[in-house]
Design a binder for this molecule. Structure first.
Ligand code: KIV
Ligand code: ZN
Length: 400
């Protein structure tokens, strides 16, 4: 949807991938990221405006505050589906249904662990009991709403035959979306892609549900794994703004969206996201959670469109595609910044002076550039005011 280097075929010809944002649920679960009621409404409004398809607004049974924010977000949403999370317990599901009932499009998302380690130690249940709970919980949710998502918690560490039986049972009980999370960030792209291929192929009723990826970033592979799951046949990506979430976080929304947008040759899919709002979303989530965005964070970090080295700055001045694979404008950043530092070259320095309104002759430019390099050796970043001062000093010295 944007003017990036490799966008080729029109969005209408591409398979649509549903963007499911869980900033307000999985994102808020990370230590220190809690948001107030008002802040959650603000974030939800922006996500809705940005074109997020499904907003997981919270975990209604967790607290009265969570219940109230999910209800209010459900009431206010203009176009997104509003989803609440619930465990497999029937009272959780009923509470969740109550919270999403005011949404024009409401979804109940219920989950249960399916891996041997979770069933044995966390649930203390036998596999046949887990299967019964899946059927009971999904059926209960389906009595409330038509849109039910079921997640196999710790899906990537689940034994394949059992995973397929669980998925089949959930779809038979009425689940319309099947999410297979990489709960502990353990999988690899090749494994995750194969997992979806196998499940979709083996489960007889798999065509009755949309498959979904949900990846955690413990090994730094959440985005790569998410895209691999899509290549394996999933059509929904669960992600969070700035990648906030449990432990090392979740797949970052802005990264999966821009990977799809920029590399449409490798990922021939379309999302409904207005990518020009990504930077605003990142800034809002960072402000309300007080979680800083790392400087070199892909897409939304403050250095994502900044260049300091002389070689890169010179290239950028000649043609922006020399060192940028997407335009800053495509993600809502007004312009590329050529940061003035000790690695900057003469071309960028001259360009900077011009932008600041200085037209220096060759000798004055050489002199100012030498003093700039000297200053840059002492300071990490040279600001416009520093440049102004050193040029003005040079001009004053010429009159002495
Ligand atoms: O990571 C996970 O498994 C989850 C589920 C509740 C979907 O967040
Ligand atoms: Zn999660």
């Amino acid at each position: 949807m944007t003017d990036t280097a490799n966008s080729s075929s029109p969005a209408s010809e591409k398979a649509r991938v549903i963007i499911f944002d869980t900033t307000l649920r999985d994102g808020e679960q990370c230590p220190g990221a809690s948001m107030t009621f008002e802040e959650k409404l603000q974030v939800a409004e922006l996500l809705d405006d940005m074109g997020v398809d499904v907003i997981e607004a919270g975990f209604p049974i967790a607290s009265i505050g969570d219940f109230e924010s999910v209800s209010e977000i459900a009431r206010r949403a203009k176009r997104a589906t509003i989803c609440g999370l619930s465990r497999a317990a029937l009272n959780d599901i009923d509470r969740c249904a109550e919270a999403v009932k005011n949404a024009a499009r409401g979804r109940i998302h219920t989950f249960l662990s399916t891996s041997p380690v979770h069933m044995k130690y966390k649930l203390q249940k036998e596999p046949h009991q887990v299967l019964e709970m899946i059927v009971a919980s999904v059926s209960r949710a389906r009595n409330h709403v038509d849109d039910v998502e079921w997640s196999a918690e710790d899906g990537t560490r689940t034994e394949m035959d059992f995973l397929c039986r669980c998925v089949e049972a959930a779809i038979d009980a009425g689940a319309t979306t099947i999410n297979i999370p990489d709960t502990v960030g353990y999988t690899t792209p090749a494994e995750y892609q194969a997992l979806f291929r196998t499940v979709i192929e083996r489960v007889p009723n798999s065509d009755k549900a949309v498959f979904s990826v949900h990846c955690h970033n413990d090994l730094g592979m959440a985005v790569a794994n998410s895209l691999a799951g899509i290549a394996g046949g999933a059509r929904q990506i669960e992600c969070t703004v700035n990648g906030i979430g449990e432990r090392a976080g979740n797949a970052a929304l802005e990264e999966v969206v821009m990977a799809i947008d920029t590399r449409s040759d490798a990922f021939p899919y379309a999302t409904g996201i207005n990518t020009r709002m990504l930077t605003r979303a990142s800034k809002l989530v960072s402000a309300v959670t007080s979680f800083p965005v790392q400087y070199n964070k892909a897409i939304v970090g403050r250095n994502a469109f900044a260049h300091e080295s002389g070689i890169h700055q010179d290239g950028m001045l000649k043609h922006t595609q020399t060192y940028e694979i997407m335009t800053p404008d495509s993600v809502g950043v007004s312009k590329t910044s050529l940061v003035m530092g000790k690695h900057s070259g003469r071309a960028a320095f001259r360009d900077k002076l011009k932008a600041m309104g200085y037209e220096l002759g060759e000798n004055a430019l050489n002199d100012a550039f030498a003093r700039f390099k000297d200053l840059a050796d002492r300071k990490k970043v040279v600001y416009d005011e520093d440049i102004e001062a050193l040029v003005d000093q040079g001009i004053a010295a010429a009159y002495d």
